[in-house]
Design a protein around this ligand. Structure first.
Ligand code: ZN
Length: 182
């Protein structure tokens, strides 16, 4: 395993909102005409990514034209982390996950991402918040390194699937079950 981190695969629109530049460690999938992802293009891109790559996708019900990404990734046995449904929150999570991906091994990255997604979606979260991105959404106001440590401490396994888990009280980042509890 290289110590250069974990590659990620994400919708180009979310990557752009997150301020990411596609490259060797960030594979950004463009949409075809009509705004939908082409299944063949998705399959080629996911197959070309390293086996350790983590696929970041919004739930299909939140973004139906991009549903091929998560579906194909699962069929190709890639790790998928469900992003928050709203684009602005998804972009915040992707920016953070991409930061961690530069120095995190896949298993650590997946767990941190599962917690971060839960924190993003939890309205009652008691973390201090600050406006983030063009839409000025209120997101946790912690630096990525500090938030990574929080995520490592907070992660709980999901009782409804094998490798899933997330933030206490948040949705499972693997199967989407609504409440991960201790
Ligand atoms: Zn689960």
């Amino acid at each position: 395993m290289p110590d250069t981190g974990t590659p990620i695969v994400v919708d180009a629109a979310i990557a752009e909102s997150a301020g990411l530049v596609p490259g060797a460690s960030v594979s950004a999938l463009q949409r075809g005409r009509g705004g939908a992802m082409d299944v063949d293009a998705v399959a080629d891109a996911v197959a070309a990514a390293p086996p350790s790559a983590v696929v970041l996708a919004r739930p299909p019900w939140a973004d139906p034209p991009a549903a091929a990404l998560a579906g194909v990734a699962m069929l190709l046995d890639r790790e998928v982390v469900w992003l928050p449904p709203a684009l602005a929150q998804a972009a915040w999570a992707v920016a953070l996950i991409a930061n961690w991906a530069a120095y995190s091994q896949p298993r650590d990255l997946v767990r941190r991402a599962q917690v971060a997604v839960g924190l993003a979606a939890l309205p009652a979260c008691r973390l201090p918040r600050r406006p983030w991105g063009c839409e000025r959404v209120q997101m946790p106001a912690l630096r990525p390194m500090a938030l990574a440590r929080w995520c490592d401490r907070l992660w709980l396994p999901c009782a409804h699937c094998v490798v899933g888990g997330g933030a206490p009280g948040g949705a499972c980042g693997r199967c989407g079950h609504e409440q991960v509890t201790a």
